[in-house]
Ligand binder design. Structure first.
Ligand code: AMP
Length: 566
């Protein structure tokens, strides 16, 4: 069975295709969404998902979240005394999803389709594949998230030529893509986005608003409060409340004092004006690159949890002059699409043959010198494949020496849109020896081949001898090489996992501890008592006693906590 996985910044989901439809898998808590959070407990055991999320405020130094943002970089995150690469943390999330699917299916799961933002670059895509490998999964395909959304909304089932715009505002990223379906081929015509813009930024804006608005705080205290991050949970909850109500109460305990204030939806929207403005540019760019105007789009689809905010619905209705489609739960659409793609990969009989083609999200080229009049200008970006070219694609750029008897040409491979080579993302360097010739007479053909998974191969052919110097980019510094992957696999194998069957008990205890930190007075006393009672029940090791106590404990916690799960 091939599974489809939405590996999200905030939440991750897993599904598969069966009985003619995508099916999503529930985790041990009964939820489809597993928070993409990892925590290490005092015994060195890893906790993933809801329980880890509860520990984010009580054990911030032992808990990591938001690491999808660091995929493709060398940044490590420290949990206790151990450093983890983002690929390793993602692998722990993938393993947890894999275990949920295996528990449901009763068979090992080894192959997966994993979704990535269309805007993910080369390094980020490679890192996602590595995460899959570390989790024991063969990544059959990396699927762009908007394509997954298009599949979930049945773009491929339309009989005629149609075009969809997918507007995806998730926890940490924003993607806009124009998809086209024509005669069995789903093509991403263009994608644009912002890898640093998502629902989380709206939480930050609410957090700042809260700290600015609440009374009785000295300026230094406001700063400390903002830096501390204790406001996060209250702000996240308020953001959700403001999706359904005109105002939301925000409260938190700071240095033994309860700080509270009410934020209105209008205040929140005014404070988010700049973020809304930032959403426009990728939309314009995607439409421009796809050479399509708003009126010619057949559907506009909203996905990503953050599109639940009324201001996003208003903005998109206004910009696209229509009501966008939102029939599938925006948190589930991408995972459902990944499951459809898994079905396509497995050639499920219920699915008509569909070919997916994607575009390359960035321009790829090299840094070159350019002759301008008499002068030789260095550091120009020379694109070989322009952004939004359908993939797979192979293109050649021809370069020649600029000085007499130049011994070699350095191919500095870059990705991006800046006219200055050095401002674009460095992917690798290739040095090619050149025969002694007068300037301009020795030439080099540089071929870029970009495959359907968004991976790049570069080879350079020196034209006099026909010698191909190299075909692989080796030195993307952010990439894990085979030895690094092998040692990460070993490290991960040695990590102890928190037992699955004790997960719910552990979650309730961590939630109680988090509530204890948040609350004061009588509520604290009650929490102490409930925790003691539950621990006593656990110590009896009697299954029935534990089950009854767990139910009571959960109800008690729900009575003082809204019980929201995010
Ligand atoms: P995703 O990455 O698609 O799972 O989206 C997660 C983002 O959606 C997070 O920033 C959530 O805070 C946000 N989100 C989820 N539910 C709501 C809601 N009811 N109102 C506003 N934002 C929400």
């Amino acid at each position: 069975m091939i599974v489809g996985i939405d590996l999200g910044t905030t939440n991750s989901l897993i599904g598969f295709f069966q009985d003619g439809q995508p099916q999503l898998v529930r985790n041990v808590h009964g939820d489809f969404s597993t928070p993409s959070v990892v925590s290490l407990d005092d015994e060195g055991r890893t906790l993933v998902g809801l329980t880890a999320r509860e520990r984010a405020s009580t054990h911030p130094g032992r808990t990591a979240q938001g690491f999808k943002r660091w995929m493709g970089t060398d940044r490590t995150l420290r949990l206790g005394t151990r450093d983890f690469r983002p690929e390793e943390l993602s692998a722990l999330v993938l393993q947890s999803l894999k275990a949920d699917a295996e528990a449901l299916l009763g068979e090992p799961v080894t192959e997966a389709v994993i979704t990535v933002p269309a805007y993910f670059n080369e390094a980020q895509r490679r890192a996602t594949r590595t995460a899959g490998e570390l989790a024991g999964l063969t990544v059959e395909r990396l699927l762009n998230e908007p394509t997954a959304a298009g599949l979930a909304y049945g773009l491929q089932e339309r009989s005629e030529h149609s075009s969809f715009l997918i507007f995806d505002l998730g926890g940490g990223t924003f993607d806009v893509s124009v998809l086209e379906y024509f005669e069995g081929v789903v093509e991403v015509r263009a994608s644009a986005g912002d890898t640093r813009l998502g629902g989380e930024d709206f939480v930050q804006s609410l957090g700042r608003l809260f700290v600015e608005r609440c009374d009785g705080l000295a300026p230094a205290e406001r700063e400390a409060l903002l830096q501390g991050g204790a406001w996060w949970r209250a702000a996240e909850q308020a953001k959700r409340d403001l999706s359904d109500a005109d105002r939301a109460a925000m409260a938190l305990v700071h240095q033994g004092r309860r700080i509270e204030c009410t934020i209105t939806r209008a205040d929140f929207e005014a404070a988010s004006a700049e973020l809304l403005q930032r959403l426009r540019r990728p939309i314009e760019r995607a439409l421009y690159d796809a050479k399509i105007d708003v009126a010619s789009l057949d559907e506009v689809v909203l996905v990503g949890g953050a599109t639940r905010m009324p201001m996003i619905r208003q903005l998109t209705t206004r910009l696209f002059q229509r009501l966008p489609l939102r029939t599938i739960d925006p948190d589930l659409a991408i995972a459902q699409g990944a499951a459809v793609q898994a079905g396509l990969k497995a050639r499920d009989a219920a699915l008509a043959e569909v070919v997916l083609t994607d575009v390359m999200p960035y321009s790829l080229g090299i840094v070159a010198s350019q002759q301008v009049g008499d002068a030789l200008v260095a550091d120009r970006f020379s694109p070989i494949i322009e952004r939004n070219t359908p993939v797979p694609v192979s293109r050649i750029g021809v370069y020649s020496t600029v000085v007499d008897n130049q011994k070699s040409i350095r191919i500095d491979i870059r990705q991006g849109e800046s006219p200055l080579g050095s401002e674009n993302l460095a992917l690798g360097v290739l040095d090619v020896e050149m025969p002694p010739r007068r300037a301009g007479e020795a030439t080099l053909e540089v071929r870029f081949t970009y495959d359907a998974n968004g991976l790049l191969d570069v080879d350079a052919r020196e034209t006099t001898s026909g010698r191909i110097t190299n075909t692989l980019i080796h030195n993307t510094s952010t990439q894990m090489d085979a030895a690094a992957i092998a040692s990460a696999l070993e490290r991960l194998a040695l990590l102890k996992r928190h037992p699955r069957d004790e997960e719910e008990n552990r979650y309730l205890l961590e939630r109680a501890k988090r509530l204890y930190e948040d609350r004061l007075g009588e509520e604290r006393t009650a929490l102490q008592a409930w925790m003691a009672q539950f621990e006593a029940a656990l110590n009896t090791q009697d299954a029935r006693t534990v089950r009854t106590a767990r139910q009571e404990f959960r109800q008690a916690l729900d009575s003082i906590d809204s019980g929201f799960r995010f």
